[in-house]
Design a protein around this ligand. Sequence first.
Ligand SMILES: *Cc1c(COP(=O)(O)O)cnc(C)c1O
Length: 372
Amino acid sequence: MIYFDSAASYPVLPEVLNCLTTSFESLYGNSTAIHSKGNEANEAINATRGDIADLIGSYDSEIIFTSGATESNNIAFKSILLGNPEFKEKRHIVTSSIEHKCVLVICAFFKTIGFEITYVKPNNDGIITKDAIDQSIRPDTALVSIMHVNNELGTINPIEEIGALCFSKSVLFHVDAAQSFLKLPIDVDDMNIDLLSISAHKVGGPKGIGAVYIRDLRKRHLEPVIHGAGQEEGLRGGTVAAPLIRAFGVAVQQFPKYYGKLKKNNLKHYFISKLIPTNVEYIINGQSESTLLSICSITLPQIDVSLLIRATESRFCLAQGSACSSQEIEPSHVLTAIGLSNEHANKTLRLSFSHFNSTEEIDLFISDLLEI
Ligand SMILES: *Cc1c(COP(=O)(O)O)cnc(C)c1O
């Protein structure tokens, strides 16, 4: 099976797999227990916490483990905004119309409890500009939430500029960095980020583990999102998943090496260079300077893309739009936001590569494409 869907979930790295086997075997203590097995789990958890904090330039105490970026996004919004007297009068949120579905659904929830939401539109390259955010911030804006890299297009938003703007206006800034973590540099101070969401399975780690960074976590009024026995600073109760967290730590250490290889292979460039001499009509979406090499959103106006996906499903794993919405009939909200017609949106494929992919695999895909 040829897998071109690393943006939905990156294949597990071999070192991570190794670590998972040994961790589930030996790291069975509950990290709150006072015996040696408890300490061992606690140390593993805090080692990964330290590694993540170092990478993003935060304090260890500002990192909370979650089940993934969806939960991180929920905690970022809810722990800060719910039940906080500071935001009693500030009930406006700025986000974009191309956020991950989970952020849009969280915002829809906040609307039901009296918040107003402004959905900033991207420019035609799929980028959320600082100016667009600037025009949307109001005196009662509590939070700006913008993704670092878009999961359907691979476009990179100007997070540092938006962060500086939010800082100058004293508005909290949340960044969904599920697609950018370990692929682009992130420094929460340089970028003025107050809240940041990441996920292990987007960087070759296991599913079911992620983290959220919360600036000045211990000094803030934060509402628990999972009420429990006080784990993770009381924000997210439940026995902490030490084996998954140790494996997340291994992914954090190993992924950059593999990503370097992926960048060197530059399969996106190879794919496009192989398409040019064919007479297949195509449009690359979100084609700006500012795009990740691992994601390629391509519209094929003359091809029945649903048919292509079905006809090749025994050989290729491909995404139409994004994975989370590919079961739906609705065209992708991201593609329509950058101006694609419903018809073109439904004729769009997202190829996302991992370091396991090769030029031979691209050749095979192109020959299938030519047969349709
Ligand atoms: C994958 C993804 C998520 C969801 O992450 P999970 O860990 O699967 O919950 C959120 N935001 C973006 C941008 C993503 O790519």
